[in-house]
Design a protein around this ligand. Structure first.
Ligand SMILES: [Zn+2]
Ligand SMILES: [Zn+2]
Length: 215
């Protein structure tokens, strides 16, 4: 029941700004994941790493503990327990601890080294291949400038992960919506046609009144 393959998600890196740069590994057999936390997270660019820590020993082997129960006291965990990463019954808690600091990428050499290491890990033939396949702006100098400005490092949609595609889809929808009003506005110049009508109604009233009096 609680057995399952590890799940990998991604999130933006708060340290270096890399969009979808932090890989989060969830494991159903980890007490931390029972409390809604990944077991380990690591940024592909700056390498900042967090590892989950659970402050108790599980009461039984994790495979024997249903996924909705606290691994320490076996009481049921509700949504609030997951949000707070704390068991309301026994106080057992899970948290993420930084186990490797973010690499300072503000120098050309440091950024080059980080990109080369990433390219090798991900089996890209070169740093440039990684840049072109990953970043919206694949220029090395532009990337370095954005890092120095602590700007968001935008990446292309990743076909292997659903998370990175959300920003791209949102951008597409937003740009489409913006274009529609622009096209509609110019087609609303019929105000000149409105003045004539008001001058037409008055006559009928005047005609009706006299006619009813005459008859
Ligand atoms: Zn990072
Ligand atoms: Zn508990």
């Amino acid at each position: 029941m609680s057995l399952g393959p590890a799940v990998e998600l991604s999130s933006d890196c708060a340290a270096c700004g890399l969009e979808s740069g932090v890989i989060e590994l969830y494991d159903a057999l980890s007490p931390a994941t029972r409390f809604g936390l990944p077991v380990v997270t690591r940024c592909k660019l700056c390498s900042i790493t967090h590892e989950a820590q659970f402050d108790r020993e599980p009461a039984r082997p994790m495979r024997e503990i249903p996924a909705n129960l606290c691994p320490a006291c076996l009481s049921e965990l509700g949504p609030r327990a997951l949000d707070a990463h704390v068991c309301p019954s026994c106080g057992a808690s899970a948290k993420l601890l930084e186990t490797a600091a973010s690499t300072d990428l503000s120098s050309e050499a440091a950024l080059a080294q980080a990109l080369d290491a990433w390219a090798e890990r991900a089996m890209f033939p070169s740093r440039d291949a990684l840049l072109v396949a990953t970043f919206c702006d694949p220029d090395f100098g532009a990337l370095l400038a954005r890092i120095r400005l602590r700007a968001r490092l935008e990446v292309l949609a990743d076909p292997f992960g659903p998370a990175p595609m959300r920003p791209a889809a949102t951008t597409t929808i937003a740009s489409t919506v913006e274009e529609v009003p622009v096209a509609v506005v110019p087609s609303i110049p019929p105000p000149p046609l409105i003045p004539p009508p008001p001058s037409i109604p008055p006559p009928p009233r005047r005609r009706r009144v006299p006619s009813s009096i005459r008859s």
